[in-house]
Design a protein around this ligand. Sequence first.
Ligand code: DQA
Length: 144
Amino acid sequence: MKILFLNGPNLNLLGQREPEVYGRTTLADIEAMVRDRAAKQKVEIEFRQSNLEGELVTWIQEAKGKFDAIVLNAAAYTHTSIALRDAISAVGISTIEIHLSNVHAREEFRHTSLIAPVCRGVIAGFGANSYVLGLEAAIIVKAV
Ligand code: DQA
């Protein structure tokens, strides 16, 4: 099984960016955590980040036939991107939406996700552990 982890804009700044909201863990730390967990379950992962909407769209398109599931923290594009939503629909790969923060406990504009309706499910509010839970969810979704 192969799972693609995609990270959207500003997530490259994790660790220094609003630590009171996102914690002190860097994206590299999170990747290491997920890799460790995935290796124990004999799951292959690829982990990428981009600040560009179009690049994320292209990566979703290219995932077809190569990955069994996508775990996506689309960051701010969650709330704005019809293009990402359409890409997920187009490839038909099971996608899990994740967030570090509990977006529903934050500003009103973060309560809307344009991608959630085309995702298998949503995990939000568990900090770096949202990624581990995303991995588990992706494995479960492919196993049933
Ligand atoms: C985020 C939540 C988004 O609202 C925000 O724009 C982010 C990070 C999260 O992981 O909590 O950049 O996706």
